[in-house]
Design a protein around this ligand. Structure first.
Ligand code: ADP
Ligand code: ADP
Ligand code: MG
Length: 448
């Protein structure tokens, strides 16, 4: 039905499991890949074909575009799903896939290029008539940065153009701090992302992170699937996400979704993407970036819309039109996602690699638990610490949260420390029970 025959899943962990499932549901074969460390992992056991792609270090396997292309060819795949992280937002990889005559289950490389670099993306958003956070163009020297900063006003953020995953962002309060931070930020951007370009953005106080899911096919359909609130963050990384965004006026909801669609149309977007905004206390909204891939938190959108996002990605990748129209996209109830990481909140969120000896899964109405872990599996130190996503749906927000608390009481992992206990405590916090919080709420709470 999707038009695809065999998909190479160029990723690992829970998203690899998710994609293999979607392939099977669509009657498509899945080719799993794995590094040394991931031999015999769950997504590998589930797949129809397997390719070993190298050493445990991601640079030598999941980030090696050439090896992945070779694996796709050897396995006779007709398409590649990049998942999130790794090569998913790498335009050269998308181009390599296309040049090899395979379908890239993501946007065209040109759209990745327009959105992948944040400074370029800001300009593109502006030309599409989408409001952006007041900010500067790329800053190369100190004097220029200080002039731009004086125009914008402090506090500011210094952002790496190529940054992502919450990394490459530094707050500055005044000119003295800017002088100190700028060279360090440039050096860090160069070593972490291979590009030293940084720019300035005004820090929006008391902001909420609200993002819009979009899907676009080859038949001219660009649709949105409502919004998500991802304001519960630590170090600018999301920990808890919910859909729909609580306590947002219908006018703001509509305006933000329309802006996201406008931007996607403007760049000739295809497949799944997310347009991220900050929303201030007066419901002014500002574009911050677009993620040109499936996101970690996509299941909460699936929970409230009933639309299988990865199935739609496969349809689009195979040239089929989207299976729904805009009018049919309605939020039913509410959903919340808790990211369960193999990290110890008692020890500064240090990663806790090791063998999982026991792993008890929660269940019941409205509960979805996406994981790649089972008893006996090893959490390796080489990769991201996300081990599971608990996604809870309820007829309303309160029920979704109550179910999440119940599910967290059922969940048990032994052998590694996880963030599950922290989530239990956070869900009991009156601020969070009452409604949306700001992006700095959790940091302040953790300080106390
Ligand atoms: P989402 O926007 O889907 O919530 P995250 O920001 O949590 O995604 O990132 C998803 C995954 O991708 C994480 O493993 C994160 O570390 C990784 N990631 C995202 N962007 C980058 C980047 N530019 N460089 C390295 N890793 C990244
Ligand atoms: P990344 O690519 O790492 O996801 P983003 O630009 O999406 O980076 O920003 C990540 C988070 O950092 C946001 O969700 C928000 O919490 C915070 N942030 C980013 N830009 C601003 C800003 N201009 N003002 C206040 N907070 C911001
Ligand atoms: Mg972001």
């Amino acid at each position: 039905m999707s038009g695809l025959r065999r998909v190479l899943v160029a990723n690992r962990g829970e998203i690899a499991v998710r994609i293999v499932r979607a392939c099977h549901a669509a009657g498509v074969e899945a080719v799993a890949v794995h590094s040394d460390a991931d031999e015999g992992a769950r997504w590998v056991r589930m797949a129809d074909h397997v390719q070993h792609i190298g050493r445990s270090a991601a640079q030598k396997s999941y980030l090696d575009a050439e090896v992945l292309l070779k694996a796709a060819k050897e396995a006779e795949a007709d398409s590649v799903h990049p998942g999130y992280g790794f090569l998913s937002e790498n335009a050269d990889f998308a181009r390599g896939v296309r040049d090899a005559g395979l379908a890239f289950i993501g946007p065209p490389p040109e759209a990745i290029e327009l959105m992948g670099d944040k400074a370029t993306a800001r300009r593109t958003a502006q030309s599409a008539g989408v409001p952006v956070v007041p900010g500067s163009g790329p800053c190369t020297d100190q004097a220029q940065a200080e002039r731009a900063a004086a125009d914008l006003g402090y506090p500011l953020l210094v952002k790496a153009s190529a940054g992502g995953g919450g990394r490459g962002i530094r707050p500055v309060r005044d000119a003295a701090e800017l002088r100190e931070v700028l060279p360090a930020a440039q050096a860090e951007a160069q070593s972490a992302f291979g590009d030293s370009t940084v720019y300035l953005e005004r820090a929006i106080p008391q902001a909420r992170h609200v993002e819009v899911q979009v899907l676009a096919d080859d038949h001219g359909n660009v649709r949105h699937l409502l919004e998500r609130d991802c304001s519960v963050q630590r170090r600018r990384q999301k920990l808890i996400e919910e859909a729909p965004a609580p306590q947002l006026s219908d006018d703001a909801r509509r305006a933000i979704a329309e802006a996201a669609v406008r931007l996607a149309e403007h760049v000739g977007y295809r497949n799944a993407g997310t347009v991220e905004f900050l929303v201030d206390a007066d419901e002014n909204f500002y574009f911050i970036e677009m993620n040109t891939r499936i996101q970690v938190e996509h299941p909460i959108t699936e929970a409230i819309t009933g639309i299988d996002l990865v199935a739609e990605q496969l349809r689009i990748g195979g040239g089929a039109p989207l299976s729904f129209d805009q009018d049919s996209v309605r939020a039913r109830g509410a959903a919340v996602e808790l990211r369960i990481n193999a990290e110890d909140p008692q020890r500064g969120f240090a990663p806790t690699p090791g063998v999982v000896t026991e792993f008890e899964l929660p269940g019941g109405p409205g509960i979805r638990f996406d994981t790649w872990i089972g008893p006996g599996d090893r959490v390796s130190p080489f990769y991201d610490s996300l081990i599971a996503k608990l996604v809870c749906w309820g007829a309303d927000r309160e029920q979704a949260h109550d179910r999440a608390r119940q599910a967290l009481r059922e969940f048990r992992a032994e052998g590694i420390a996880t963030t599950a206990g922290l989530h239990e405590r956070l869900l009991a916090e009156p601020d969070l029970r009452r409604g949306p919080v700001h992006t700095t709420w959790l940091e302040h709470l953790l300080e106390e």
